[in-house]
Ligand binder design. Structure first.
Ligand code: 8OZ
Length: 374
């Protein structure tokens, strides 16, 4: 009997949803539409080198259709959290190669998230104790996670106009390093109030040069980074992550969200990127959107695959596919304690709870020791 799609609920059946079916993405065929979100775990060396533990962790989660490896510093200047990995030295490339080889050996696909935190850093995390850089010298409230503990974020130094090409060059170099490390692609982190998002928002960008002022100007550095990274990888292996309505990092929302983020999407849509990754609502919090913000409008303007993220459950993901709200559904925290999350979702098995004490820093405990179901 053919199931009646209109009355088959997500809870009762997976038959009406293609969440667990293979799907084409860029040059790849993913095993399913479930993506592991980038998750900061702060287990690299002081020099930002990932090792065999990272390889084991990601390989355990290789049944995801796609893994987006954790946010990774494109340069020493881009670093804002202790023990986060980098992708700008030969040692970091070699370290990451352990992970990409291990994931590929399990038949998985993995892209790397390219990250510059901008102002959300601290001199203790910067080379020679330098001030972190930002579009404008506006100090966010909050603390940075340093090797000396939590320290109040300081007022950043505004980038000079003639320094911006150097930041774009750092993205290009990091993209080349990611290619050498054997990743399947890269995701440009333009979300969550970090450097690129600081440029996009009029709350954090008060510049009067070509990189500030109009929403088109505020998006200029993002367009330049996208072009630089696409030149290395080809558009079909480059994704971008945006969070138009999150205020993480003490970055109030832009005053013209649809114009700013929509305008950026209009500008990059013709390139044919691998995917657009949108965080719905407040990252890790409420999924509510302010009036006038329409993510399906952004999706239409992009025209390529959309990945949605934020607090998805099994039922929500099944329903999102049934309703064709997105091509790919991203799960973050559930992947931490459930390395076999895809199998558990497929069989509607119970999910293990993560231990918040072992989220950031440390070693194997709370990282590679969460078991798969027997
Ligand atoms: C949580 C802790 C540290 C960093 C993000 C990269 O929000 C992060 C992050 C999240 O994008």
């Amino acid at each position: 009997m053919t199931p009646n799609l209109a009355t088959t609920t997500a809870t009762s059946s997976t038959t009406a949803s293609d969440l667990f079916n293979s799907v084409a993405l860029g040059p790849y065929t993913l095993a399913n539409r479930i993506v592991m979100a980038p998750l900061t775990r702060s287990r690299a060396s002081s020099g930002g080198v990932p090792g065999t533990l990272h390889a084991q962790y990601y390989a355990q989660r290789a049944s995801a259709g796609l893994i987006i490896a954790e946010a990774t510093n494109i340069s020493p200047q881009g670093r804002g959290y202790a023990f986060t990995p980098g992708i700008y030295t030969d040692e970091q490339v070699a370290g990451w190669k352990l992970t990409t080889d291990a994931v590929h050996a399990k038949g998985g696909r993995i892209v790397l998230q390219l990250w510059h935190v901008g102002r959300y850093s601290h001199p203790a995390l910067q080379e020679n104790g330098a001030l972190p850089v930002a579009p404008s010298a506006i100090r966010p409230k909050g603390q940075a996670f340093t090797e000396q503990g939590m320290l109040d974020v300081e007022t950043p130094r505004a980038l000079e106009t003639n320094e911006i090409a150097g930041v774009v060059a750092d993205y290009r170099h990091a993209a080349q390093c990611a290619l050498r490390a054997g990743f399947d692609g890269v995701e440009i982190h333009a979300a969550n109030g970090y450097l690129l998002d600081q440029f996009l928002r009029d709350s954090t960008n008060h510049r009067s040069d070509a990189y500030g002022g109009s929403s088109e100007n505020r998006a200029r550095i993002v367009r330049e980074v996208v072009s630089a990274v696409v030149a290395v990888w080809g558009a079909s292996r480059v994704g971008i992550r945006l969070s138009p309505t999150t205020t993480f990092g003490d970055a109030p929302m832009d005053s013209t969200i649809m114009q700013t983020y929509g305008g950026l999407i209009d500008a990059i849509a013709p390139l044919g990127l691998m995917y657009l990754h949108l965080i719905e609502g407040e990252t890790g919090g409420s999924r509510d959107l302010p009036a006038g913000v329409d993510l399906q409008n952004l999706r239409q303007r992009f025209s390529g695959p959309l990945m949605l993220n934020n607090g998805y459950t099994r039922d929500m993901a099944l329903a999102a596919r049934q309703q064709h709200k997105a091509e790919l559904i991203c799960f973050g925290r559930p992947f931490i304690a459930n390395p076999d999350l895809v199998a558990r979702l497929a069989s509607n098995a119970p999910l293990a709870a993560l231990n918040p004490k072992t989220l950031y820093g440390g070693g194997a405990a709370g990282y590679t020791d969460y078991p798969a179901l027997a």
